[in-house]
Ligand binder design. Structure first.
Ligand SMILES: [Zn+2]
Length: 263
């Protein structure tokens, strides 16, 4: 992983002959050992090209979810092979969402898709480096899981994230304290589509669209069946008159350390 990260940093400057792992072969690896290295960009002398200024991208809209039927769609564990298509479908429905990114899933070819998320008004959230149960880690490893992804996403997009989604929803006082120290709200969910387990588009449509106003819906953009369900579930939400919001739009500014699942 050290080679991959160093290469990513170098690629941003001048191109690098070392291949990063292909996305197909990679995935969140809960059983992997924590990498000993720091995030990309820590290597002395490796300076990435400047990411676009966050100021040039859409800001959270002042939507009053107390008076509007809001839903916060969230997509975890990417970026993956389908993420770009997910962005196309969301754009057709003028829908904003929140993408909780896994650091080790971010490969060199993902820069454009991450920057497009930002340009399209979506929110980026931290889903740790390699999808560990944060409650089971040492203090140092817990910090590393979060900070490593924060730094990489900042480097690639220019965005400082404000939302943390602990893998498996596993959190405790220590995770909350670390999230608070790092300025991250803990974003869980109210509606679990279980799309990782039940790979059936019609179930994803039915479960997601059962959301009530003000709720967060959990999905995964790495599953083909979820992506297949997306146009239909958005049509259902459209007919019901929902407005699609990011998690920061749903709650206003996220309070560091606080847990959120619905308004
Ligand atoms: Zn996850």
């Amino acid at each position: 992983m050290r080679v991959g990260l160093t290469c990513l940093a170098l690629l941003l400057v001048s191109g690098c002959g070392v291949l990063l792992p292909s996305r197909q072969a990679a995935g969140p690896s809960p059983a992997a050992t924590p990498g000993p290295t720091g995030p990309a960009g820590e290597r002395p002398g490796a300076r990435p090209s400047p990411a676009p200024s966050p100021r040039s991208t859409p800001q959270p809209r002042p939507i009053s979810c107390a008076h509007t039927k809001c839903v916060a769609l969230t997509f975890d564990d990417g970026p993956g092979n389908y993420t770009s298509h997910v962005l196309d479908v969301l754009a057709k429905h003028h829908a904003r969402a929140t993408f909780f990114l896994v650091g080790e899933m971010i490969h060199k070819e993902d820069g454009p898709v991450l920057r497009r998320m930002v340009a399209d008004g979506h929110e980026l959230g931290n889903h740790t480096w390699d999808h560990r149960d944060l409650t089971a880690l040492s203090d140092a490893a817990l910090n590393h899981e979060i900070v490593r992804t924060e730094r990489l996403v900042k480097e690639v997009t220019g965005v400082r994230m404000h939302a943390l989604r602990p893998p498996y929803g596993a959190t405790d006082r220590r995770v909350a304290d670390e999230a608070r120290r790092l300025g991250l709200g803990q974003v869980l969910w109210a509606v679990d589509t279980l799309d990782w387990r039940d790979r059936v588009p019609k179930l994803v449509v039915r479960r997601s669209t059962a959301a009530k106003p003000g709720q967060i819906v959990l999905m995964h953009d790495i599953h083909k069946t979820t992506v297949e369900a997306l146009p239909r579930l958005l049509s259902v939400f459209d007919k019901k008159g929902f407005t699609y919001v990011t998690v920061s739009e749903l709650f206003g500014d996220l309070k560091p350390g606080k847990r959120y699942s619905n308004r």
